[in-house]
Design a protein. Sequence first.
Length: 473
Amino acid sequence: MDTDVLVAGAGPTGLALGIDLARRGVDALVVERAGALFPGSRGKGIQPRTMEVFDDLGVLDAIHAAGGTYPVGMVWRDGERVGEHRMFDPAEASEDAPYDTPWMVPQWRTQEILARRLADLGGEVAFGREVTGVAQDADGVTAHLASGRAVKARYLVAADGGRSAVRRAVGIGMTGEAVDPHPTLVADVRITGLDRDNWHIFPPRDDEGVGFLAVCPLAGTEDFQVVARFPEGTAVDLTPDGVRAVVAARSHLAPEAVTEVRWASDFRPRAALADRFRTGRVFLAGDAAHVHSPAGGQGLNTSVQDAYNLGWKLGAVLRDGAPETLLDSYEAERRPVADRMLGLSTGVHRGEVRRGHATRQLGLGYRDSALTVEARAAVPEDALRAGDRAPDGKVDGVRLFDAFRGPHWTLLALGTEAPAAPGGVDGAVRVVRGEPHPAYGTGLFLVRPDGYVGWAGDSPAGLDAHLARFGRS
């Protein structure tokens, strides 16, 4: 084999997966068909749950330094400010959820940070490598590249976008709908005449045939992101002069106010879900598995969390001796979440849903997963349960997110005796002992490597058997 895991695509999904595999000692190669990382801002919102993932992956400080909070929307008409528009329902940070609001970082900057972290861990991205064909057998996968070279791997992960060549090569269909038939322009520009304290909104003037325009300052940069919607059937002009003309026609700015166009793209918002997330040794993740309207800020975030779910499971199979059947849980856990987030994104796009608690993704979990065991005799209806996200907090002076950080499992023993070395003595399970905690209650809580409570019990009975399912015995 050339590598244990071949990851096709160096977007946020592929890079996050590469990081997670590298820190687990899994040999992985990330290949990217383009000659460089994606240059645009398209996915710019990082939700609180993804901030927690980035904390664990070791990139949160860099993400914080590179971005900022979303500005308040400012509505303009005829060159005058006519009112503010709040994009998000308010939230407050708490001890159990320290990241309360979305954080803005342009996608190109997020990818730079992830790629740098991957390199620090000894990984790499091979650019100019396009997967065009796939063959697999009982032992592995052979990916055929456009160059004529073939790469052999134990597993292949398609993270190569909504038009995934790998998905097509393995014959997995995608079912979806057009969320909005109107073409949308997205461009990164340098612009004068607008402050950077507001997200500038220019409503459509239907009586004049003038469409919607939004101009958002991109945190941590000198750029603005321009978004403009067009009538169905319009051929969007992506040239610098075309972008300037749109800004001038829909705002009080002159064309020359757009001093530079750094990147431009057009798309038709759609929602689509792959019929399967796995076939044999090939897995789909990110946009290759689900395509969202950008309105809800869910696409990039759901994609990173696909990688976070799959990474520890591949590591368990390839390095810890877990049975290969563990990998069946990836689709079982992630496809329902992606389906739910697609509905949420579409609802936000159509103005049916506010950007609030659900879009922050802190309430997602895996209570119904075959990997989840709730062994406590009695659990209050509103209490934390096995399958839920493991909250932050402090136990006996230890911050829980600090305890969780890393590729290991964590056992919280709260007001309950715990075994001395659950899952063996190799450090694969860290034990944190303390008094009952407001967010957890009393009991034993086994936290998976991806930050979800996988098992909860009143006593250690059944704990070692559960860990043995993952090669931890």
